[in-house]
Every structure is written in C-alpha cells, then in structure tokens.
Design a protein around this ligand. Sequence first.
Ligand SMILES: *Cc1c(COP(=O)(O)O)cnc(C)c1O
Length: 391
Amino acid sequence: MYKINGNYANLKESYLFTDIAKKVANYAAANPDKKLIKMGIGDVTQPLIPEVVEAMKKAAGEMGSKETFRGYGPEQGYGFLREKIAEYYLTQMNVQLDADEIFVSDGAKSDIGNFTDLLSDDNVIVVPDPVYPVYVDSNLMLGRRIEYIYGNESNNFLPLPDEKTTGDVFYLCSPNNPTGAVFSREMLRKWVDFALKTKSLILFDAAYEAFIREDLPRSIYEIEGAKECAVEFCSFSKTAGFTGTRCGYTVVPKALKIDGMSLNKMWLRRQTTKFNGVSYVTQRGAEAVFTPSGLLNVRKTIDGYLENAKIMTKTVREKGIWFTGGVNSPYLWIQCPDKMSSWEYFDFLLNTYQVVGTPGSGFGKNGEGYFRLTAFNTKENTIEAMKRISK
Ligand SMILES: *Cc1c(COP(=O)(O)O)cnc(C)c1O
C-alpha cells in the first residue's frame, strides 16, 4: 500500500482569496448597479511592452523554420539571457555576477518553493509574519520546523535579528509583499552580518526590486559578504508584467559554500535533474526587457503603478491612517481605522465604498488589524477609489 506525505495534512487551507471572491460575487449579485474597484490581488494589469511581444513573435517564427528550430535548451537558461541579467546587475546595482551564478526559471515562486530541496529537513526555518505564504507552506510540506519573526508598528514591519534570534534559514522579502516596506542598507547589513556570524542562510526575495526609486538596496549583494550567505530570487512577473508569461531567475553565488559543498553546484544538479528549462520564446521575450527601449518602457509601466501608489498614499495620509509602503512598492499596508479587524474593514470598504482590498490577517497573525491595497490598477480607478474613501 502506498503512503502519502503526511505533512500535507498539516497544511492550513488557504481561503483568503476564495473568501474574498465569494464576498465580492455576493455583493455584486445583490448590487448590480454598483461599480466595484478591485485593489486586492497582487497581479499586474498593464500589458507586455512591444519589445517583448516582437521578440516573442520573432522567436516563434524561428521555432517554425527548419534552419532556426531549437529543441531542448540549457536547463539553467540560455547564455544570451543570463549574460543580460548579469549586465543588468552590474549597471543597475553595481553588483558583479558571473552568468553561471544565474539560473533562469519559470518564475520566482517555483524556485522559492524548490530551493529548499537543497536543505536538510532538520533546519529551523524562520519567516517573517506577515508573510508571502509560499515560504511557510513549501517548508510545512517537508515537515520542517518554522519560527516567526514579527513585523509590527514599532519596527515598521521590518524585523531585524537581535541577540535572541535563532534559526538556520531566514526568508527576507524587500520591497515586501504584503507590507510594501523596504530594508535600508544598514538593516540588510545587520542581516548579512548575523547570517555570516551564525552560518545561517538568507533566502532573499527581490521580486519588486524594480519598484525601488530611492537610494535603497535592490539586491542583497549590494551588501558586502552577502555572496557568502544569501540566495536571491527575482522575476519578470512584477518588473515586466510576466505574471502570465512566466520567467524568473535565481542567483546562487559560487562563494556560497557550507560543509565543503557548493550550493551553486547543488542547484545546477537539482535543476538539470528535475527541470528542463524555460521555453526559448519566453527567454527571447525576457531578453528584450534589457534592450535600451525595453528598460525604458518597463520603467514607464512601473512609474504608472508608482503614481497610483502615490495617489493612494496621499489619501491615506490625509485621513491620518498609519501605513507602510506606498513608495518603492506597489503595496500600501494600512492600519484599519477605528480598531476594526482586517475582515471588518474589508466588509466596510466593500459595502460602503465598493472598494476591494486584502485583509492583512490573511498573511499571518501579525497582519490582523491591517489591510493591503495594491497599485496594480488604472489611474482612473485609483483616483475614483480614493475619492470614495475620502468622502
Ligand atoms: C509575485 C511574487 C513573486 C513572483 O512570483 P512569480 O512566480 O515569478 O510570478 C515572488 N515573490 C513575491 C513576494 C511575490 O509577490
């Protein structure tokens, strides 16, 4: 008789977005004349830039011709794309990487979920609360012990290690989903020093790095020593609208070694065994993001989202509501007014203003009493939503 992985029985069902969808559907059915504005789900809304579309069309054409057809590509991604990503790190962040430290994937979620294949199951995993749920569930599936570091108002939802901090593997996300908070260089310095001292591993999620417009670190490798203690995950999803196209990349520095083993070599082995690469067409599309006009156009798209975030920030500030994010991030993390719980505020915004957001309690217990609004919308809708809220 076969046996299943019993850890799956320990996973909590995630009802967050289904519960939201149900409430929204019920409201819409009862109030067909009311226009809802959705500021809930963390998905982009603007289309791919023309450079990407043209490159993918051209690549599809190549696949249809005998002379230029390609079969299996390198599991870790084509050289043409990895070279461009390395160049991006150098020119944008002044971080020097070799192309073979970069692994192209079908998105950051898969790599974040798969990377812990390399780690023994007796590691203590430390995740921030509130949190992007993938960090928690991918480890629970392996029966691992999880501890939390808490974000709250006193640390602006940017928890730092102190003398009492213990654990082996630490997830960090900056700019953060769901809070929009961004670590400063000094803060990341503390995390890197801590990891080097305690021989811990940092798994750094940089999915929103392209939203940073102030002088804040976009890569953990901007901090000296990080190559010896950190893996970085990034993605074209939020930076270039690839949520439906699927492409990301993971940086595993060659300097990252423990017990005489190279994590770079282990990850290459893992990927060549269990992964067969991202489609050629998609990788050509991703490459086009790094052309001069591609970089300019994705920046314009993100500028649009950031403009929305600014409009939202203005309203929230005028109302005297405490918040994080809203700059260098598409997320605004607000404290629910009048001591409302996250779900009470959700119902209030839906029923009173027909604005849909995400209850903070869905991201962990420290999210209770908070609420996430996203800037992934049109400017008109954002203005309209804020007009309703300021009434
Ligand atoms: C959207 C997002 C990702 C990216 O996921 P993809 O699989 O690349 O689409 C990673 N981390 C966080 C925190 C995100 O919000």
